[in-house]
Design a binder for this molecule. Structure first.
Ligand code: HEC
Ligand code: HEC
Length: 228
């Protein structure tokens, strides 16, 4: 039964991600605070990032927002808005980015040298920024309707929430930048973007590039929802 298969796949993935979160928490709890006796000497890679890591959090966070948008809404091409992203999602992605397992070099560079505490602090700060509002220009009706039908048919809202606000390890898609949504889906569909789990590559198999573009158009033009 497809429903059972999806549930089984999902629970396996959740277990794996929960395992990472627990390991991250345990490692953070076990590590003495910086500067205390017993702190191990940093490895060369970590040392390269040590200066910015020592700066106050707000200062470090402002560097992120220069690209991702101070109000949670990115004005930078191909760079995601991160306001209102579930903290767990942002943390899993920072974990992949820190390891260089996904993303552009510019972002991998940002994540390199982050401690597990940093991953959590940045993820939580991002989740507290306001979610991006719908764009000023209305959608193209034909493409919006086609995207809506495809999203319903492929049950994207089962994981991403019916209003696409995201939850747990599943990102908010509502009013994300259209260019970023399309690029992310193309990368998943072609196997170029590694996810924390294999869900997205599977979910997009069989969709054409026009389908992906219409899905991105639909998701980038969502009404403001108050239900989540
Ligand atoms: C120079 C611009 C730039 C800066 C500075 C920057 N980022 Fe990014 N970030 C990007 C780009 C571009 C991507 C998309 C990466 C990709 O998949 O190719 C990204 C992706 C991400 C993602 C994954 C989001 C998703 O929807 O998949 C997170 C989380 C993130 N950045 C957090 C941060 C944090 C935290 C900081 C500050 C420590 C930061 N970024 C600084 C450009 C930047
Ligand atoms: C089985 C659950 C599931 C379903 C169904 C699903 N997704 Fe996802 N999606 C995820 C997860 C989990 C991620 C995070 C990627 C990862 O695994 O690291 C994601 C990531 C994404 C991203 C990347 C966004 C970002 O900010 O980086 C896009 C775009 C996306 N999904 C679109 C869709 C669309 C469109 C559909 C329907 C065709 C869909 N998803 C169906 C679970 C799902």
């Amino acid at each position: 039964m497809p429903g059972a298969a999806v549930r089984a796949r999902r629970s396996g993935r959740t277990a794996r991600i929960a395992g990472f979160a627990l390991a991250a928490c345990a490692a953070a709890a076990a590590r003495p605070a910086a500067g205390q006796p017993g702190t191990p000497a940093p490895k060369p890679a970590a040392a390269a990032a040590a200066a910015p890591a020592a700066a106050p959090f707000e200062q470090r966070f402002s560097v992120c927002l220069a690209c991702h948008g101070a109000s949670g809404q990115s004005q930078t091409p191909l760079t995601p808005s991160l306001g209102g992203q579930p903290a767990f999602f942002a943390m899993t992605q920072l974990f992949l980015l820190r390891d260089g397992r996904r993303g552009k070099p510019v972002m991998i560079e940002q994540a390199r040298g982050m401690s597990n505490d940093d991953l959590r602090a940045f993820a939580e700060a991002l989740s507290r920024l306001p979610p991006p509002p719908p764009p000023a220009e209305p959608p193209e009706a034909r493409r919006f309707e086609r995207g809506r039908a495809l999203a319903a048919q492929h049950r994207c809202g089962v994981c991403h929430n019916p209003d696409y606000s995201g939850r747990e390890q599943m990102p908010r898609l509502a009013n994300q930048r259209e260019d970023y949504l399309l690029e992310a889906m193309r990368e998943f569909a072609s196997g170029r973007r590694l996810g924390y789990g294999a869900a997205m590559t599977q979910e997009l198999s069989g969709l054409s590039d026009t389908d992906l573009a219409d899905l991105a158009h639909f998701l980038a033009h969502q009404p403001v929802s108050r239900s989540y």
